[in-house]
Design a protein around this ligand. Sequence first.
Ligand code: FAQ
Length: 336
Amino acid sequence: MATATPQHRAAEARADGTAELGDAAFQAVFDAAVAADERIEPRDWMPDAYRATLVRQIAQHAHSEIIGMQPEANWITRAPSLRRKAILMAKVQDEAGHGLYLYSAAETLGTGRDELLDKLHSGRQKYSSIFNYPTLTWADVGAIGWLVDGAAITNQVPLCRCSYGPYARAMVRVCKEESFHQRQGYELLLALSRGTEAQHAMAQDAVDRWWWPSLMMFGPPDDESAHSAQSMEWKIKRHSNDELRRRFVDICVPQAESLGLTLPDPELRWNEERGQHDFGPIDWSEFKAVLKGNGPCNEQRITQRRRAHDEGAWVREAAAAHAAKHSPATREGRAV
Ligand code: FAQ
């Protein structure tokens, strides 16, 4: 049997009149739970702003997973072998699954999937900047796996310790799958890098194009990050955007060396004093332009997403009709 959290016990005490608890008391129980690293669960009291921040972040995350299917799916029909095709299909399918866990996590906060998809389709909610770049060659599939999934893991492993239970638990499985995705990207790039001169050049070109946008995935620099301070206080985020970005650079440098590829940053070097790599300036004007809708593929991605949603209407209707037909109420009616 699940143990009731302190939050839940407080809510029950108020409901059955054994305690006169106002919102200040609930806030105190919530604060104590966060301070003690306990999980906040769907039935627990939570501040409205905490709920709104979670819905914003989880929705953006879910949207990223399903929009993120597009750049790679672009290569399924052109994968160079059956093995590569099977791997890529499985990966793209995994991303759809991640979207589903995340929309379900948002549902536990009282926000339905229809509402969130509507916000995505009407441009009222964001998805990750990274998916507004084109996949021009087969090597881009490798670069996405290595760099984009690699950045996603760096950001998401700490989210397994997020204070909101359903989001944290969804992240555990997502991270395991992302880890497979990252390795398949690395392995693909390694094969190209060790291949012909043309294949090596293709791999290098892909890394040149995906490196900087991957660093932008971590969000704006800390001094411009609107939500970081509060999200870290609530233990939704465990590390700042810049901290995770630096960690990612440190992870990638030796991996690029093993791959025999160069990261496109002449200022990248080990800083003995800090025990981390220094790297060159990020072009934040590009990031801002992509967020405003002016990236190379924003228009294409959202148009394709809206079309897929419209074309899938019959599937949703059929699934709802099937569920209604097999619901206990319908079965009982039939029995009578
Ligand atoms: N793109 O105050 P902050 C993946 C927005 S999943 C677009 O720093 P926060 C798997 C931010 O929303 C990739 N917008 O925000 C995969 C906010 O706007 P708002 C997605 C961005 O929330 C692989 C504003 O800027 N992962 O790749 C971006 O504290 C391969 C101010 O920023 C997640 O979503 C951006 N890069 O920190 C799938 C992880 N960065 O809402 C397919 C969960 C910031 O005020 C294929 N999310 N913004 O209008 C997070 O960890 C955080 O939300 C951050 C941003 C770190 C992304």
